[in-house]
Ligand binder design. Structure first.
Ligand code: ZN
Ligand code: FE
Length: 250
């Protein structure tokens, strides 16, 4: 069923998201980077809050759970790892589904950035909230999992329909684009990077992106092709690109 999505900056480079099921008026927030900013956005919209959907346990994703729950009574849903840091009412894992009124989100396990990281995908509306797994022209750092696990997770997201709108949790795109241009001279990437630099100059968000755009230009999804002449499996090509990004200064 149709969703209304409100997106707003939080902290230095996170995004907050409010998601409302139009049919029922039930509303969720995706992660809790900044309780005050999220509560202000709810008040500005005149909405209550029914669900908090966490993608992973990091403080810039679950740190506002307690304060937002205290203010709204929302039920907190997320991977088990969230309980390390914050309150959690319902644990979900790969293959589960979460209802928001008449809308439904499938839970996709995508560990790597953290071991328990999940994404939320609404197949009816083709909307995905992917936390710190896939970014516009980038991907999350591999803190807890292996490069092979992260590659598998990115492939699961890449298998979603091309038109899927992908809501990433951070605005990292300008620096991602500078790195992408350092490893890929594809003209489609060059044109996209130019558009991104111009959009950032105007102060515009580069989130959401789409699966189709990322498959065409994201160096992490294109790793096996960019590593032409390199040896080994696709996830090894991914690991080399990820390591290069970790070292990249620019
Ligand atoms: Zn994170
Ligand atoms: Fe984050």
């Amino acid at each position: 069923m149709p969703l209304t999505i409100r997106q707003f900056p939080c902290l230095s480079d996170n995004y907050g998201f409010l998601v409302r099921d139009d049919a029922s008026g039930r509303t969720a927030c995706i992660d809790t980077p900044d309780a005050a900013a999220i509560l202000a956005a709810l008040e500005a919209a005149g909405w209550g809050l029914d669900l908090i959907l966490n993608t992973h346990w990091h403080p810039d994703h679950a740190g506002g759970n307690a304060q937002i729950q205290a203010a709204t009574g929302a039920v907190i849903v997320g991977p088990a790892e969230v309980a390390r840091l914050a309150p959690l009412d319902r644990t979900v894992a790969d293959g589960d589904a979460v209802d928001l009124g008449e809308s439904r989100f499938d839970v996709i396990g995508c560990g790597g950035h953290t071991l328990g990281h999940i994404a939320y995908f609404d197949p009816a509306d083709r909307v995905a909230f992917v936390g710190d797994t896939l970014f516009t022209l980038g991907c999350g750092r591999v803190f807890e999992g292996t490069a092979e696990q992260m590659w598998t997770s990115l492939q699961r997201l890449a298998a979603l329909p091309d038109a899927t709108r992908v809501y990433c949790a951070h605005e990292y795109t300008a620096s991602n684009a500078r790195f992408a241009l350092s490893v890929d001279d594809d003209p489609v990437l060059k044109a996209r990077a130019d558009a991104i630099f111009a959009a950032r100059q105007r102060g515009e968000a580069t989130v959401p992106t789409t699966i189709g755009e990322e498959k065409a230009t994201n160096p992490f999804l294109r790793a096996p092709r960019l590593a032409a002449g390199g040896q080994g499996a696709d996830h090894e090509a991914f690991a080399r690109i990820r390591a290069a990004k970790d070292q990249f200064k620019g």
